[in-house]
Design a protein. Sequence first.
Length: 436
Amino acid sequence: MGLHIPTENLMETNIDTLKQVCGFDTDCLIHHLYCPSCKKLFTGDVENCKTPGCLGKKEKKTANYFVTGSMQAQLKEILERDGIWTAVQDYVSTRSSDHTTISDILDGEEYRKLKEPGGFLADKNNITFSLFTDGIPLFQSSKVSLWPVYMILNELPPKQRFTRKNMVLWGIWQGCGKPQMNMFLRPLVEDLSQLFQRGIEVNIQQTEIRTRAMMIVATMDLQARAYVLQMTQHNGEHGCLYCLEPGKVVKSGKGNCRSYPYRDVDPEPRTKENIKSDAQEAIASGKRVHGINSESVLSCLPYFDVTTNVVIDYMHGILLGILKKLMSLWFDSKNSKEPFYIGKRVDEVDSIIKTIQPPYFLRRLPRKINGNYNHWKASEFRSWLLYFSLPALQNILPDIYLTHYSLLVEGTFILLGEGIFRGRLKKSRSPSKNLC
């Protein structure tokens, strides 16, 4: 630290103090070694891999491991912190009982089912988690990546929920390529099973309380989701998590891509049962079945249903997916012969954007479209979609395309509202359906 920061600074350079300040407790860390050949976890003190046919050995100096923290210890530390348990109880008790408005996960149908008599949350001492994970490239010139797994406490108010000190950093994997997810997440499933079945004792104002926990939401981008759930990628055959639509291959430029055409009759939905059946068939045959390669370790959680508990990632699906594609169609010169092409008027659009006075809460304004939109961050696409695009495209994008695009804006705006009336939620389905 002393070599990398200026002489005049307030930064702590003592490593032990630094760990304490950052909440880094080495007593809570667990190193999980895995076989370099078959990627299976070593159990106990064995030196040789127990996988039949594998000759892998445990190495004294190895990079074949990942690190996890004690979820129980971290959760206990969070809940026993002054004011946290009160914040949890107060926030849960103040949620609307008429269920007419949705403004948080606690208002969702699946969450409310857990609060019914006999449900997991009928016991007011029980809590729920959401899981987040994604791969982060460490260097531009190598394939080394970092995969952290975070858990957040849903019953905390949002402003406290997402602060670093109130999040559980369950584990970190670092290595070349991507982790073998079933191997990486198996200890997580074991921890979650213990929290669900036995829970932990926490001391709240000199009173011992037993609280149990369950994971009810997992969110990740489309690529990570495929790895975690042992599925084909989103652009492959049967790439949808929620239905059995196979899609079809269509020409795209000089190559091909898979398209998922709109159908008047909804495809057969995926269920916990048919996913399990497809996974077992895939394992037995060695071939992918309806997009399923194998059984995800998350299915070992008896209460977890990937079709309801793994939520849609709107950032990659809409902002960095649909919206970015639309802007490419409108502004990329390779579409210059198309009736929707407006690339020659991009400077006009940029001029209009500069005249718009944005709301005070917009932290990131979109940069100029000309030469930049391919490098926009998701927050810039969001600002463009919700606040800038319709006035900027007025009288520039032909009406038939602008009207069609406005359906995307309307539906997304409703669903991103801080408070959504259930009537408005139903209304959002109409523009979304007409958009397709």
